[in-house]
Design a protein around this ligand. Structure first.
Ligand code: NAD
Ligand code: 89V
Length: 350
């Protein structure tokens, strides 16, 4: 390992999904990560994480920051606490990775970014769909030039999987499917086809037992002239269910890429067709059907660790994720007004 100095990691929010972050940081020990502290306001959760992953347990973030020398904090709480926790880190010149959604509102996201800029601290968002093994393989085919210039795509996350069992708060969110999973697929649309000029959106609430929209269909015109359709639903009745896979169709000037359920990729290039199994392997701590998502956490945390240690901006930096979050805001506005909307843009104050 080039740089012998370890990166001291603190993690705040030892809940459902954070278990994957904790396993990932443990796997990254040999690459320079040292998980030194975990924090959860629920003492039983922080104690359990500390015991399982060999870190010191805290129930209060300020105390953890006071007592520990932390280089990088991984904020894996729900979005309502992201702004306050990210500010706490920035004010102490501690780098931060914030789980998605960045924050509950566009204004809050901008506050987080501007606070980090003011304190000159490193900031990123844990947006892991683009780091998944499957999506990295799709990106690799695009980068190879095999399909020429991408100019149309349909990206679909359609499931009837009971997401509410592991994440019961989702049933209470007034802005649900776009802000929770559409945000991932919108980030993929940017990743594959570039920035967005304008979009339109229709939402539906087909499940009577939840508060927010459970289905969204978004049509986007990218600045390159490409067109994409981004679909997300938690109310599909289709079986077999593809959860948590994103199904992909990308058409280009010289070919196509299709990723079907079961993580099979089919590529047509210059009139030749081939297919490949592109799914994630099971790790010691991953299990179906979440294994692809779980492995994406390892790839994402590795990217964060490598970027931070090299003094590089992360691909999904706070400023980059504002461009994805802007699509979320535009989609809700488009659904509410029935018209096409140009995503909001953020320009640095200084
Ligand atoms: P959760 O409620 O299970 O866990 C959050 C934990 O944070 C709780 O244990 C809570 O006690 C703790 N907490 C809250 N505020 C705190 C504070 N100020 N200080 C210390 N602890 C605090 O939530 P979850 O389902 O694990 O989701 C967490 C985040 O991960 C959400 O933003 C969610 O959208 C995201 N998530 C991402 C993915 C993905 O990356 N693919 C998948 C699932 C969830
Ligand atoms: O991946 C996520 O962000 C989760 C989901 C329910 C989509 O798996 O919230």
């Amino acid at each position: 390992m080039e740089n012998q100095k370890k990166t001291r990691i603190g993690l705040i929010g030892c809940g459902f999904y954070a278990q994957n972050h904790l396993h990932a940081w443990t796997d990254l020990r040999s690459e320079g990560a040292e998980l030194v502290a975990v924090c959860d306001m629920d003492a039983s959760k922080s104690a359990a994480a500390a015991q399982k992953f060999g870190a010191t347990s805290y129930t209060d973030a300020q105390t953890m920051f006071d007592k520990e020398k932390i280089d990088l904090v991984d904020i894996t709480t729900q979005m309502g606490s992201h702004k306050a926790l990210a500010a706490m880190a920035a004010e102490r010149s501690i780098a931060a990775v914030v789980q998605k959604p960045f924050a509950p509102s566009w204004a809050d996201c901008i506050d987080i970014v501007e606070t980090a800029r003011r304190h000159k601290t490193w900031l990123a968002v844990h947006e892991n769909f683009r780091f998944a093994t499957t999506m990295q393989r799709v990106r690799g085919v695009i980068d190879s030039g095999a399909i020429g210039t991408p100019n149309w795509a349909r990206l679909s996350f359609r499931t009837g999987y009971d997401v509410y069992k592991g994440q019961p708060y989702l049933a209470e969110e007034k802005r649900l499917v776009i802000l929770d999973v559409g945000i991932h697929v919108l980030d993929l649309a940017r990743y594959f086809l570039g920035e967005v000029e304008h979009l339109s959106c229709e939402t539906q609430k087909r499940n009577p037992n939840i508060k927010g929209e459970d289905t969204a269909t978004i049509l986007m015109r990218h600045s390159s002239g490409s067109v994409s359709i981004v679909e997300s639903t938690y109310q599909s009745k289709k079986i077999p269910d593809a959860f948590p896979e994103t199904l992909v169709e990308i058409e280009g000037s010289d070919g196509t890429i299709v990723v079907t359920r079961g993580e099979k990729m089919q590529v047509t290039t210059q009139g030749i067709f081939f297919e490949e199994q592109i799914g994630s392997p099971l790790l010691s701590w991953t299990s179906r059907p979440w294994h692809g998502s779980q492995e994406a956490v390892l790839h994402t945390n590795r990217h964060m660790l490598e970027s931070f240690r090299a003094g590089r901006t992360a691909d999904t930096s706070g400023e980059d994720n504002l461009k994805t979050y802007a699509l979320v805001e535009a989609a809700y506005e488009a659904a509410a007004t029935g018209r096409a909307v140009k995503p909001p843009a953020w320009t640095p104050k200084s």
